[in-house]
Write a protein that binds this ligand. Structure first.
Ligand code: XCC
Ligand code: SF4
Length: 625
């Protein structure tokens, strides 16, 4: 029997979302929220992490009454194995994305494409220097070739450590070496996680978790970092600029193309094609005033950071964006793309276009997007969208609001430039207590949580306490819509942040990019630790994913903790069925890596816990609280 739908006001804090949820209900379109209702209550064993289907002697569900699976695995082993595979899934996603950037670099170096170029030769040479490649007197192609080889090798089995460990403070590397946590190769750690979790391999929960952390580190300091850095090399290092966010960025009088997914390789080319004069002229012929490209989720973040294109929404806005009835095409690559988008597109004139052979959608229009043919393919895709404008049903269009201003583009390079060439002014502000500390708020929406209530709530509580917030992923749009990503937001901040951000003309919440760009935050923490000659775990910093849902967020959280950063989650992963695993996650890791997770659903309480930690870290550094 169908349940009563939950009141719309309980689902989201945003007016644009509420308006579209109303429209969806009026038009009989189901969204993620109704599907969650249908799936609730969830399986208790799966929630606890105590169900296992790793072999056909099972599946098994262990409990107090039946404590062992058929093979004899207990709750600790089963929970640790499940969590290990969960993290491996996330690390694989980010890192395979990183690999795709190496392949584009390869296509550039081999002369297979001219659609992509090396835009930032300076950054390429800097990276090369960091990872020990000779740059003196060598051409950009020669250097690029070696960087490509080096990064491909980071995915393999012949390394003692991935190359960006060159950025990590020695003290941290010693901690990892002692624990057997040093990430050696990206694919290797992921494959080993799969091996260890086969029946009859790693049957010691803490040992499995240590490898889970190594797998996560291979993501954070390997696959993700490679993804970020090569995206900068190819598409440009972000610099501060203004843009806009919310569903109001969709334009009634234009051809609207939404890019969704993660990899800028596709979305950058779509954007370039949308500026093609012939396609723009055709759009005008059909009665549109132009072609508008707007972003969703992380590929939106990538384009926002580098090109300043507007942001239509985060995870829980993706279905709702189509429901405006004004979207001609949604072009996706991979990750976080709800399969339901195909059906919802089908309720309108919207064309759903997928572009990756590894992420195909039944019912979507498929392009096998390749570097050699990228621009031709992008033009075809944009042309499909443009022709679709004629089919739009004007009677069903409802764009619910006006866009909100946001500031974006804070790469580490841009921050250092804004500070006059070094991190010293930032260090001084931290020492003086104007900036008491910093917390990265990252990740997703989850329909189990009122959309963006925690993402926004926590950011506001932290800046009040003079704790700088760095936002990535789907938290970006949340912070933007709440007015936190503009310089004027200093009015909501404490006196110290107000002074520092005010003098620099920057917001108290800095947009640092997509989810792979959390590697920028890791790099910043490492650089700060190196400047102060301390370990990352000594810094007054924290990380949080208040509304996370994805395997990738678990990998991010775990590499943050393993790097020495206390990390908050708004709700727990599926590990509570094991005391050993839970205790290790929220306490035991502190002794091993100098940081642990904490789980807290209330944003004020979360900010208080961060505040206490930052006080303690400041005190240990000999600073005022
Ligand atoms: Fe996905 Fe990256 Fe989460 Fe958003 S924040 S829902 S992982 S798009 Ni990465
Ligand atoms: Fe059951 Fe063990 Fe097989 Fe898992 S690995 S399904 S616990 S028998």
């Amino acid at each position: 029997m169908a349940k009563e739908p939950r009141p719309i006001d309980e689902l989201t804090i945003w007016d644009d979302a509420k308006a579209m949820l109303k429209k969806a209900r009026a038009e009989g379109i189901e969204t993620v929220h109704e599907r969650l209702d249908q799936q609730t209550p969830h399986c208790k064993m799966c929630e606890l992490g105590t169900s296992c289907r790793n072999c056909t002697m099972g599946p098994c569900r262990v409990s107090e009454k039946k404590p062992l699976g058929v093979c004899g695995a207990d709750a600790d082993v089963i929970v640790a194995r499940n969590f290990g595979r969960f993290v491996a899934g996330g690390a694989a996603g980010h890192s395979d994305h990183g690999r795709d950037l190496i392949e584009v670099l390869e296509a550039i170096v081999e002369g297979e494409t001219t659609d992509y170029k090396i835009t930032e030769e300076g950054k390429l040479r800097t990276i090369a220097g960091e990872i020990g490649i000779e740059t003196e007197g060598r051409t950009v192609k020669e250097v690029a070739h070696d960087v490509m080889d080096e990064f491909f090798a980071d995915f393999g089995s012949r390394r003692k450590e991935v190359s960006f460990l060159a950025r990590v403070p020695q003290k941290r590397k010693d901690v990892w070496a002692k624990l057997g946590m040093t990430p050696r190769g990206v694919d290797r750690e992921i494959a080993e996680m799969m091996h260890r979790t086969h029946m009859g391999c790693d049957n010691d929960a803490p040992n499995t978790l240590i490898h889970a952390a190594r797998t996560a580190l291979a993501d954070g300091w390997g696959g993700s970092m490679i993804g970020t850095e090569l995206s900068d090399v190819i598409f440009g290092t972000p610099t501060p600029r203004m843009s806009t966010a919310n569903l109001g960025v969709i334009k009634e009088d234009q051809v609207n193309i939404l890019v969704h997914g993660h990899n800028p390789v596709v979305s950058e080319m779509i954007l370039a094609a949308a500026r093609d004069p012939q396609l723009v002229a055709r759009a005008k012929e059909l009665g549109a005033s132009g072609i508008n490209v707007a972003g969703l989720c992380c590929t939106g973040n990538e384009l926002l950071m580098r090109q300043g294109i507007p942001m239509a929404g985060n995870h829980l806005m993706t279905e709702l964006a189509i429901i405006t009835g004004a979207v001609e095409a949604i072009v996706v690559d991979y990750q976080c793309i709800m399969p339901s988008l195909v059906q919802i597109s089908g309720c309108y004139h919207t064309k759903f276009i997928d572009t990756a052979n590894k992420a195909r959608f039944t019912g979507g229009i498929h392009y096998d997007f390749q570097p050699a043919t990228a621009m031709t393919q992008a033009k075809e895709i944009v042309s499909l969208a443009v022709e679709g404008f004629a089919q739009r049903d004007k009677g069903r269009v409802d764009i619910p609001c006006e866009p909100i201003d946001i500031m974006t583009g804070f790469s580490n390079e841009a921050v250092i430039a804004a500070l006059g060439g070094s991190l010293d002014p930032l260090v001084q502000a931290i020492v003086a207590g104007d900036i008491r500390g910093a917390v990265g708020i990252v990740g997703c929406n989850n329909p189990k949580i009122k959309q963006d209530s925690l993402n926004v709530g926590l950011a506001k509580e932290l800046i009040k306490r003079d704790i700088l917030v760095i936002a990535t992923g789907c938290v970006t749009t949340a912070a933007g819509k709440a007015g936190l990503l503009v310089p004027e937001a200093i009015e909501m901040a404490g006196p110290g942040l107000k002074k520092i951000c005010g003098s620099l003309g920057i917001p108290p919440v800095l947009h640092y990019g997509s989810c792979v760009d959390n590697s920028r935050i890791m790099q910043l923490c490492a650089a700060l630790a190196n400047t102060l000659n301390v370990d990352i775990s000594d810094l007054p910093v924290g990380a949080s994913s208040p509304e996370w849902y994805s395997e990738k967020a678990a990998a991010i959280g775990l590499y943050a903790v393993a790097s020495g950063i206390q990390t908050h989650l708004g709700h727990p992963p599926h590990i509570l069925g094991s005391k050993t695993v839970t205790n290790l996650a929220v306490a035991g890791l502190e002794d091993l890596v100098g940081a642990a997770f904490f789980i807290e659903p209330d944003p004020v309480r979360t900010a208080e816990i961060f505040d206490e930690r930052i006080k303690a870290k400041r005190k240990a550094l000999g600073l005022s609280e």
